[in-house]
Design a protein around this ligand. Structure first.
Ligand SMILES: [Zn+2]
Ligand SMILES: [Zn+2]
Length: 211
């Protein structure tokens, strides 16, 4: 799996979709993702290309001797950085492992109000895809928003920003992964399940978190 790339269009400069301030590369616990952050601490991620569903469905049955006896943190880091493990790691699980390792407090998800390319305000516009919200700036850059994923709809531009999940959203996603849904189970290796169960973001640990 290849690390994420910053697209040409925003390499020199780009703007925070949430507040319009400059976005600059920031630190994150996922070595394959690019984190972009503004001075207001809004964080967005350019993720590496997600593994295919057929590959992530083999994760539960994969075996990794390297992780025996490791701490949950070390196991989460292993899944994010080991090429074989990462090549079968579901994209959303990668985000949840990163969030678990970073244990930041994110009260609200960043909004999408400004164009990352030119910093102009975005306005909603009618477009045919009912599954996404269409947003466009005065400069003619068009975007689509779906579940915290914000992507360019201009064919020549390949940019997709993933907004950092709020703690509430991350908790709900972890709860969904731990429910035993047969469609998700094949993606969930036992060691990753244990990391999620111990995560400060896991709903079962919510009381501990608010101490
Ligand atoms: Zn911002
Ligand atoms: Zn623009």
């Amino acid at each position: 799996m290849h690390p994420a790339n910053i697209p040409e269009e925003i390499r020199a400069q780009c703007y925070c979709p949430s507040c319009g301030a400059h976005l600059v590369p920031g630190k994150c616990a996922d070595p394959l993702s690019i984190c972009l952050a503004c001075e207001g601490d809004h964080r967005f991620f350019i993720m590496p290309q997600a593994p295919l569903a057929g590959d992530t469905a083999t994760a539960a049955s994969a075996s990794f001797h390297e992780i025996r006896g490791l701490t949950p943190e070390a196991i989460a880091s292993f899944w994010l950085s080991d090429p074989h493990a990462r090549s079968v790691l579901n994209d959303q699980l990668a985000q949840l492992l990163r969030a678990t390792l970073e244990s930041r407090r994110v009260v609200e998800e960043p909004r999408f109000s400004f164009c990352p390319i030119c910093g102009n305000r975005l306005a909603e516009y009618d477009q045919p895809d009912i599954w996404v919200q269409g947003l466009r700036c005065q400069g003619g850059h068009s975007w689509a928003l779906r579940g915290g994923r914000f992507f360019s709809t201009i064919a020549s531009m390949r940019l997709e920003l993933q907004a950092e999940h709020s703690d509430d959203v991350a908790s709900r996603l972890i709860a969904a992964w731990l429910k035993g849904n047969p469609h998700l189970e094949t993606n969930l290796h036992e060691s990753v399940r244990r990391v999620l169960i111990g995560s400060p973001l896991c709903p079962r640990n919510a009381i501990r978190r608010s101490d």
